[in-house]
Design a binder for this molecule. Structure first.
Ligand SMILES: NC(=O)c1ccc[n+]([C@@H]2O[C@H](COP(=O)([O-])OP(=O)(O)OC[C@H]3O[C@@H](n4cnc5c(N)ncnc54)[C@H](OP(=O)(O)O)[C@@H]3O)[C@@H](O)[C@H]2O)c1
Length: 253
């Protein structure tokens, strides 16, 4: 189904930041969006109220709870009347610098980060696949990170979770292509959201902005634009790709 024809879209982590911008971008195309939230109910309701068009809805699940994720995806597909696009966007970025973190905190950071960023996305994808096949094909777009390639010295579990997400996406691209489903990633550098606020507003903020020759970090709508294209039928043959949105701050070969 093409953009503007009322695609049925599930965006995880749609209550804030990049997910909010992604939900809005799809709605502006005439698509219907299930806005997933975890703990930010009021903010999710506000996102929903601000979406243009009709037929959008909210779904809730803790992304670390496999049963809840499965039920959430089924609920979204049922209430939307099917599913054409899944955007795995929900994620956490919790600092755990290796030389300053207790072993207990290290364990907690790895468990939470992998469960949310990687296993949560894998579970959502698993449960979305039957709905995407029933729709005759579609797209899964994962919100990864520059950190998968550049390294995350203070958040190594985060970098590992996003590298894992890239590898997961590429495996699923191979598995799902025969069903007309593309699986791709977008890999932003720092984006102006709450997740990055502490870094961007802190003493190192200017150095982060200077990493890009544009002299700034990304806006959430710039990430959303890439997601919108990756989810479009025009991008179907680009399945398996990882699109950088980092202002040329990190160029991989
Ligand atoms: N901001 C950046 O600089 C940056 C850079 C590269 C990649 N990214 C990636 O972009 C994505 C969105 O990030 P953002 O900047 O928009 O972050 P954000 O403002 O902190 O929003 C995170 C979103 O993820 C949801 N979420 C987190 N943990 C969850 C859980 N256990 N269960 C359910 N939902 C959960 C939150 O929902 P609730 O609040 O409702 O719980 C929220 O909607 C993430 O995957 C992130 O890794 C961000």
């Amino acid at each position: 189904m093409a953009a503007g024809e009322g695609r049925r879209v599930l965006v995880t982590g749609g209550s804030r930041g990049i997910g909010r911008a992604i939900a809005r971008s799809f709605a502006e195309q005439g698509d219907r969006v299930a806005v997933h939230w975890g703990s930010s109910r009021d903010r999710a309701q506000q996102v929903l109220a601000e979406l243009p068009g009709e037929g959008h809805l909210l779904v809730q699940a803790d992304m670390t709870d496999a049963e809840a994720v499965g039920a959430m995806v089924d609920r979204a597909a049922e209430d939307l009347g099917g599913l054409d696009v899944l955007v795995n966007n929900a994620g956490v970025f919790t600092a755990h610098p290796p030389l300053e973190t207790s072993y207990a905190d290290w364990q907690a950071a790895w468990a939470q980060t992998l469960a949310t960023n990687l296993v949560g996305a894998a579970n959502a994808t698993f449960r979305a696949v039957p709905h995407l096949i029933a729709a005759g094909g579609g797209a899964v777009v994962n919100v990864s990170s520059r950190g998968a390639f550049r390294g995350e010295p203070n958040n190594p579990a985060y970098g590992a979770s996003k590298a894992g997400l890239n590898a997961f996406a590429q495996s699923m691209a191979l598995a799902l292509a025969p069903h007309g489903i593309s699986v791709t990633c977008v890999a932003p550098g720092f984006v102006q959201t709450e997740m990055a606020r502490e870094v961007l507003d802190g003493p190192g903020g200017d150095a982060v902005r200077a990493q890009s020759p544009f002299g700034r970090v990304a806006r959430a709508d710039e990430v959303a634009a890439a997601v919108l294209w990756l989810a479009s039928p025009a991008a179907r043959f680009s399945s398996g790709t990882i699109v950088d949105v980092n202002g040329a701050s990190y160029l991989r070969s």
